[in-house]
Design a protein around this ligand. Structure first.
Ligand code: GRF
Length: 208
């Protein structure tokens, strides 16, 4: 399968998926990286690896990004099957969601539906988890709809919150688990191992 990864930041999830792909442990190739921040770590890393980088969508600070229509056309040009958001901080245009039904995933660093939605991003998520007194947190991978963090949940992993955790401690523990979980989920989508339950909940089938 052909994969597009969207990043705005450091791109550590992108790196772990790329590594799995290059090692042949997933049947997927990252054919393009999309970013709204030309100079972010993820984009730099993609360029080093010879992966094409495209800018999208048009934003205040990056005036030359693609329009949603051109972005969809570009992804079609690369014959993209799945779109993986990995620390991508912009809302996905409706046009892209309609063009790729049930094919866009996001990773969020809390157990959704808790601590999700606009305003819950980056360290703010982990601060809020610690302030709430929750004993567990962990990453969620969900299909993307037109709002922040509300699409159907596909996979989650539980990570303990320690009493003395700083937000940075918790972020690091969750991120480690994100890397494992995203690779497992990408492996499953590349092998067509998703079943949609009648009520609309997506499930991952085990490997035979
Ligand atoms: C991750 O915590 C992800 O859940 C969130 O942004 C962070 C991205 O990290 N949406 P990286 O850019 O993959 O290192």
């Amino acid at each position: 399968k052909k994969l597009a990864v969207f990043v705005s930041g450091g791109g550590s999830n992108f790196c772990s998926i790329l590594e799995a792909s290059l090692q042949g442990s997933i049947f997927g190739d990252i054919v393009v990286l999309v970013t709204n921040k030309r100079g972010c770590g993820g984009a730099e890393f993609a360029r080093e690896k010879g992966i094409p980088v495209i800018l999208s969508p048009r934003t205040k600070d990056e005036a030359d990004g693609l329009s949603p229509t051109d972005l969809v056309a570009a992804l079609r040009g690369f014959e993209v099957d799945f779109v993986l958001l990995a620390g991508y901080l912009k809302l996905i245009p409706a046009e892209l969601i309609q063009a790729y039904p049930k094919s866009i995933l996001n990773i969020h660093p809390s157990l959704l539906p808790a601590f999700g939605g606009k305003g819950y991003y980056g360290m703010k998520v982990h601060k809020a988890v610690i302030a709430s007194g929750a004993r567990f947190s962990g990453p969620t991978i969900h299909f993307v709809d037109e709002h922040y963090d509300t699409g159907r949940i596909l996979a989650q992993r539980v990570v303990p919150v320690s009493p003395n955790d700083t937000p940075e401690d918790l972020a690091a523990r969750v991120l480690q688990e994100e890397h494992r979980l995203y690779v497992e989920v990408v492996e499953a989508i590349c092998e067509d191992r998703i079943t949609w339950r009648q009520d609309g909940v997506p499930l991952i089938r085990r490997k035979e």
